[in-house]
Design a binder for this molecule. Structure first.
Ligand code: NMX
Ligand code: MLT
Length: 436
């Protein structure tokens, strides 16, 4: 019996009523004015999404249902006193808005381990049909789409389900999909980088620990890192590309596989999740060009300036919303300082952190010169032996499922309609502002 589902509907129904009432009674209320600058700069700051899983403050960073990352590290269940919080606990928090206890987390670990056993063979066949040289995100997303043959939502919709029940098969599909992503990701990793020597899941392990295990990492250190990685990448409110794309496609009542696949296509862009891989290429090139992994401040400055002069961005720096160092960067640095302070890549990341913000500030146009989550995540993974850069975005994607798919369940609970903003041509904008 899935008591989480019972709790969800008990909490969800009154919330759905509020959404309905607020729209009916306050639908004409003006909540914001929009400038042309906002529209032309990617809708920055335009409040247009209803998201309950997390909220981003430009200075403070992300809070998941009100809890900051340091608070999550303190309050979410862990496997040991000095361990990192379990992603299962974050999922529970985002879904139900309350902190889980150890039993709740165990229930989710067991439930996901069980659901992960039923991955259709054709998901693996689709991966195997692709060349190994195709990027892991291509293989990952192809498998996600292939698994949509199993969609509960699609089946229930075709059978004529009542719209008030949409959340139910959505929940089932989301639970299936989240449970299966680590198996798919580990399969791709072992296929591409470890000669197809696959490792079976261990159903006694937690979700992130099992991912590390299936990738071939048995140490408690890597499992601990994987739990942290899976927690901090899980959600970043509703407007980021992967969350927004998942939500948008879901608004057409597309099933969770189609919706999440859309989000993953966005995550694969270099300005979004692929930045973690690009940071590593950028660092690697720096080390290759200078012939050292310990460059001087002046050498880093020159290298960073050359990147800007050639019309490229410095990956891992800047953010569309944040205006301070990303707490997801800070927590990873904290982790690295605690366990591997002498790792050469970590020292290099710190050197870059000393130099790059000033250089970006000097451009006079970069709104946030500080590092984001991607400035260190690859260096941390690499320092622990996960050295294959192309899998980093896929790991980001496994984690991101927790947040965007939880929100997808809430979208259906709220009964949100199809998303359809208005567009205008350039003439319209010129007329509107009196452009001469
Ligand atoms: N390096 C060089 N230029 C930058 C950077 C950077 N790291 N960040 C912003 N700029 C430029 C930006 O390209 C724009 O230039 P222009 O006016 O010539 O078009 C100008 O500064 C103003 O951009 P902002 O308003 O500060 O940033 P925006 O909101 O447009 O973009 C990012 C946000 C994250 C896309 C941008 O900072 C960036 O490209 N960063 C590097 C890529 C990266 O790390 N992405 C990962 C984001 C986190 N994630 O995981 O998704
Ligand atoms: C994210 O985690 O989604 C990124 O930091 C991008 C964003 O929030 O816009």
């Amino acid at each position: 019996m899935d008591y989480i589902k019972d709790k969800l509907i008990t909490k969800g129904r009154p919330q759905a009523e509020i959404v309905k009432r607020i729209q009916k009674e306050y639908g004409d209320s003006v909540i914001q004015e929009t400038t042309l600058g906002q529209v032309f700069s990617g809708m920055k700051g335009v409040v247009s999404l209803l998201t309950c899983t997390s909220k981003l403050d430009p200075d403070e960073g992300i809070r998941f249902r009100g809890y900051s990352i340091p608070e999550l590290r303190e309050k979410l269940p862990k496997l040991s006193e000095d361990g990192e919080p379990l992603p299962e606990g974050l999922f529970y928090l985002m879904l139900l808005g309350e902190l889980p206890n150890d039993e709740d987390v165990k229930f989710l670990s067991d439930s996901w381990a069980k659901r992960a056993q039923d991955i259709p063979q054709h998901a693996f066949d689709v991966i195997n049909a692709l060349p190994k040289s195709s990027h892991p995100m291509i293989q990952f997303n192809s498998a996600i789409l292939a698994m949509s043959t199993e969609s509960h939502f699609r089946r229930a919709y075709l059978a004529g389900m009542d719209k008030r029940d949409y959340w139910d098969p959505m929940y089932e599909g989301v639970m299936d999909l989240i449970s299966r992503l680590p198996v798919i990701a580990a399969y791709i990793y072992r296929r591409v980088f470890h000669d197809e020597k696959y490792i079976d899941p261990d159903p006694s392990l937690d979700w992130a620990g099992n991912l590390a295990h299936m990738m071939g990492f048995e140490s408690e250190e890597v499992k601990r890192l994987m739990r942290l990685y899976m927690v901090i990448h899980a959600d970043h409110e509703g407007g980021n590309v992967s969350a927004h794309a998942t939500h948008l496609v879901g608004s057409a009542l597309s099933n969770p596989y189609y919706s999440f696949s859309a989000g993953m296509n966005g995550l694969a862009g270099p300005l979004h999740g692929m930045a973690n891989q690009n940071v590593m290429h950028w660092l690697q090139r720096l080390m290759d060009e200078l012939g050292t992994d310990a460059p001087t401040t002046e050498q880093v400055r020159e290298y960073a300036k050359a990147t800007l002069d050639s019309g490229r961005v410095i990956p891992g720096y800047g953010h569309a919303v944040l205006r301070k160092t990303d707490p997801r960067f800070a927590v990873q640095l904290d982790f690295a300082n605690k366990y591997i302070p002498e790792a050469p890549l970590i020292k290099l990341v710190k050197k870059i952190y000393d130099v790059v913000p000033d250089i970006l500030t000097e451009t006079g146009k970069v709104k946030n010169p500080w590092p984001n989550v991607d400035a260190i995540s690859g260096s941390l993974l690499s320092s622990y032996g996960i050295t294959e850069y192309p899998v980093y975005t896929m790991l980001f994607g496994v984690s991101r499922a927790l947040g965007v798919l939880t929100q997808l369940i809430w979208d259906r609970l709220y009964g949100l309609p199809i998303e359809r903003p208005k567009s205008q041509n350039l003439e319209w904008f010129k007329d509107k502002v009196g452009f001469k």
